[in-house]
Design a protein around this ligand. Sequence first.
Ligand SMILES: *[C@@H]1O[C@H](CO)[C@@H](O)[C@H](O)[C@H]1NC(C)=O
Ligand SMILES: *[C@@H]1O[C@H](CO)[C@@H](O)[C@H](O)[C@H]1NC(C)=O
Ligand SMILES: *[C@@H]1O[C@H](CO)[C@@H](O)[C@H](O)[C@H]1NC(C)=O
Ligand SMILES: *[C@@H]1O[C@H](CO)[C@@H](O)[C@H](O)[C@H]1NC(C)=O
Ligand SMILES: *[C@@H]1O[C@H](CO)[C@@H](O)[C@H](O)[C@H]1NC(C)=O
Length: 433
Amino acid sequence: MLSTLILPLFALSAVSARFTAHSIASRPVVAHSNAARSVAAHSTKPVAAAWYAGWHATEGFPLSSIAWEKYNTMYYSFAETTQTVTSLSLAGSDGELLPQFVSEAHAHGVEAHIAIGGWTGSIWFSSNLATAENRTAFVKTVTEFVSHYNLDGVQFDWEYPNHQGIGCNTLSANDTTNFLSFLQELRQNPVAKKLTLSAAVSLAPFDDATGNPSTDVSGFAKVLDYIALMNYDVWGSWLPNVGPNSPLNDTCAASAKQQGSAVSAVKAWTDAGMPASQIVLGVPTYGHSFTVAPSDAFAPVSGKSGKQLAAYPSFNASNQPLGDTWDNAGSVDACGVYEGSGGTFNFWGLIDNGFLTKEGKPADGIYYRYDTCSQTPYVYNESKQVMISFDNAESYAAKGKYIKNAGLHGFAMWEAGGDYNNMLLDSIISAAR
Ligand SMILES: *[C@@H]1O[C@H](CO)[C@@H](O)[C@H](O)[C@H]1NC(C)=O
Ligand SMILES: *[C@@H]1O[C@H](CO)[C@@H](O)[C@H](O)[C@H]1NC(C)=O
Ligand SMILES: *[C@@H]1O[C@H](CO)[C@@H](O)[C@H](O)[C@H]1NC(C)=O
Ligand SMILES: *[C@@H]1O[C@H](CO)[C@@H](O)[C@H](O)[C@H]1NC(C)=O
Ligand SMILES: *[C@@H]1O[C@H](CO)[C@@H](O)[C@H](O)[C@H]1NC(C)=O
């Protein structure tokens, strides 16, 4: 949805609200020895976090719906980058709610962080960090924002350094080195020394100047408390087959089906010098839908077991199903380009739309498959010809167990409002314990 409002959200000149087109379609988280600062207190405890999407506050998930007592960190999404290095914009995310978000988080002993960027809000990261002058200015912008809102942390959700995201991001071969220089300068700032700093990242380490994943991210490990691996949107309508939205593993899949997973991403990041103890696993509360004909949906029948869902069926890309009520039929994105329906169903949306029961189990007449490699479930409504790759309590338990066994630094859920009766949240908390 193209917002045409210019909201007067701030008095502070450094944080002036600006026009920002914000799509509410699919959107597409330590201990380290830096003697200069003392982050040990908030870095040893595993992160139990979620993103709170400000624009959903008036769409069924007000602040009062957050199960604060189950978390220790909450990210407010998003403050978006702007063309001016001296400002951040909350225009797409109900900026007037942010002070209340911070006070409620603090009342519950939860760290309140701002997530800067996101899919639609990363357009100006590259130019804002491009020169020493701009980096110093952006340090000032971020620290003033933090002080103004009394925040405990900042998460940089740059999608992505030297790698195009939404389509119209400013981009430079030097993005990753500029990002590191900026974070080093930010860390020296007296305000930022006390903050929890993180970055939401893709499955491969930040692209270096040659456009390949960096082979050494150890510098980032020194200035960030942690990274949050966005292990979702791994498969979707942009690929030729239905596949897992959020695979835990893919090294067990056929090589053509290895599109990334928690296991392979943790290997890639740790090989590049990010300790596992500084990696938070980002987990989705939603799934992607596909139109799949019955002739593709089912595996060859094997005797009395009846119809079984096929693995990686093809789908009709020209017939993207509409998702739940948080999806939309199509909208113009922040680059001015029309985007069709995202087709995403939140966990509650799967229940609302009859795929799952209120207990989170497949409803009567709905076909179900749990893939043991990706450790994620699928549901299929044959008459509607809709297949959905998603996450449930079982896949969340597998992810929680992996977090514990691999020594990761906890989990972060996109998004707090996607769950139903905290079924996913409770599952990952108890498995990761
Ligand atoms: C530095 O930031 C300003 C915006 O405040 C921008 O106009 C300029 O292009 C940036 N510099 C570079 C080299 O991108
Ligand atoms: C990247 O950084 C190098 C070294 O500072 C500089 O010479 C070069 O012009 C920069 N390239 C771009 C595209 O900004
Ligand atoms: C991932 O798959 C590989 C290959 O099958 C297996 O050795 C490994 O244990 C799996 N890891 C997890 C966390 O499931
Ligand atoms: C795919 O969907 C489009 C739009 O609904 C439809 O016109 C087309 O016939 C479908 N293709 C197949 C192979 O079913
Ligand atoms: C499948 O979807 C159709 C159309 O929305 C609905 O009428 C039907 O009840 C669903 N099937 C099951 C088994 O829930």
